[in-house]
Design a protein around this ligand. Structure first.
Ligand code: ADP
Ligand code: MG
Length: 147
């Protein structure tokens, strides 16, 4: 239906839930980008491709969820790029191609379980994105535009 879905926008500060401390930093999009999501893109975990400014294209996992800051009335989009960056990139332009859906959002009984689930999502994303039909999105026009 709505996938693949392409969007880009500046990286803004999140609500400091300490994703970085878990070793899984998530780059947040501003509300303007989130509000443009098609209505049928439901909350949950997605995989795809992402790039900061005109840098390299990396595999990513994205969580679309309800934003506690807005009393769960607004969606949030948080992208974890599967790459080790030497520095933060707040304010820079993030381009993402959402390619596929992994699973719905769910609660966890412990932080360890949450982290294990995210590592599972990352492994699944890596595997799925090696499929030819997904690799070709990386080479498509969207990432040819320089920002
Ligand atoms: P915040 O609550 O501000 O989103 P996080 O702990 O989630 O804080 O860290 C997110 C920030 O970390 C991103 O905005 C980005 O600048 C930086 N960062 C560094 N490496 C990555 C990565 N691999 N994926 C996403 N963000 C990263
Ligand atoms: Mg974050």
């Amino acid at each position: 239906k709505s996938l693949p879905y392409f969007c880009r926008g500046p990286v803004v500060r999140g609500f400091g839930r300490g994703s970085k401390e878990l070793g899984i930093p998530t780059a947040n999009f501003p509300m303007s980008v989130v509000d443009n999501l098609p209505a049928d893109v439901s909350t949950g975990i997605y995989y795809g491709w992402a790039r900061v400014d005109s840098g390299e294209i990396h595999k990513m996992v994205m969580s679309i969820g309800w934003n506690p800051y807005y009393k769960n009335t607004k969606k949030s989009m948080e992208t974890h790029l599967i790459h080790k960056f030497e520095e933060d990139f707040y304010g820079q332009t993030l381009s993402v191609a959402m390619v596929g859906y992994i699973r719905p959002e769910r609660g966890f009984n412990s932080l360890e379980e949450l982290i294990a689930a995210i590592h599972g999502d990352i492994e699944e994303a890596k595997k799925k994105l090696d499929l030819p039909e997904h690799l070709k999105l990386k080479e498509g026009n969207f990432f040819r535009t320089s920002v």
